[in-house]
Write a protein that binds this ligand. Structure first.
Ligand code: HH2
Length: 273
């Protein structure tokens, strides 16, 4: 599998790391740290030096209970950073947003992947992403960020996530997005209990049957805290182990804050495969 992101073609035979850069005051692990453009650029450079293959820029926190961000504010946060990273970084830049206006402006500024945590379900998002002409990541989420962790329930979590993602691939293709430009993500922590997250990780081979590259984001999330008892800043090892497990079970991309630890873990996982 290959993912063509603008001038960059990522060969997914090697697992790839998406480094996280949140331009928000309130993200659960790095909120407030990279609001200044120079700080954001320095962090992006550090992520790439540590081994990130692409950088995911987000301007709206999706942690449970996070406050929604207005379009103008999100544009103000992310567009200048995306433009600088796309010009100066030498790796692809993705935009983590659900808003069509932000997709269009970020792609215009140089982003070459749209990362959509609601799988392009916002009004106008499918058409906007199709018009942008860049690959998309479609993620599963039950409910919406404000309330998604209240009491998530599934009969068969892997089956339901697979059915949802299959339906979203069909909708995206119908809207004009090429099937080979679609990445899928089970959305760990987005309307899921610890047990749901673990079942999804064990069930990745079933999601791989959808025939698209899989992206998994466990980095520093509550599930790592629940498994290790550690606060957000102490979750690098637990997150890297989950990333390695995900790759061993068929994921091609992992989303990570602690890129150096993740790079080591993936190197070992690939050797063992
Ligand atoms: N997780 C987060 C945000 N975006 N996108 C994809 N595709 N997959 C994920 O698992 C995912 C995501 C949440 O993490 P983070 O960006 O660190 O926090 P916040 O939402 O608080 O900004």
């Amino acid at each position: 599998m290959r993912l063509v992101l603008g001038a960059h073609a990522l060969d997914l035979a090697t697992p790839r790391i998406m480094g996280v850069l949140n331009i928000t005051p309130d993200s659960f692990s790095d909120g407030g740290r990279f609001l200044a453009p120079d700080a954001a650029l320095a962090e992006a450079r550090a992520l790439v030096a540590a081994g990130a293959d692409l950088i995911d820029v987000g301007g709206e926190s999706t942690r449970p209970g996070a406050a929604p961000v207005a379009i103008d504010e999100e544009l103000r946060r992310v567009v200048p950073i995306v433009a600088r990273l796309a010009a100066e970084l030498g790796v692809p830049v993705s935009i983590d947003t659900t808003k069509p206006e932000v997709m269009r402006a970020a792609v215009e500024a140089g982003a070459t992947l749209i990362n959509s945590i609601d799988a392009l379900r916002a009004p106008g998002a499918l058409a906007a992403a199709a018009a942008c002409g860049v690959p998309v990541c479609l993620m599963h989420m039950q409910g919406e960020p404000r309330t998604m962790q209240d009491d998530p329930r599934y009969g068969d979590v892997v089956g339901e996530v697979a059915a949802f993602l299959r339906e979203r691939v069909e909708a995206a293709v119908e809207a004009g997005i090429a099937a080979d430009a679609i990445v899928l993500d089970p959305g760990l922590g987005f309307g899921k209990t610890l047990e749901h997250n673990l079942e999804l990780l064990r069930g990745l081979p079933r999601l791989a049957e959808l025939g698209r590259p899989l992206l998994v984001g466990a980095s520093r999330k509550r599930l790592i805290g629940e498994l290790t008892g550690r606060p957000v800043e102490g979750r690098a090892v637990g997150s890297a182990v989950v990333a390695a497990f995900a790759v061993a079970r068929g994921a091609q991309l992992v989303r990570a804050h602690d890129v150096a630890a993740t790079r080591d873990a993936l190197g070992v996982a690939v050797a063992l495969r």
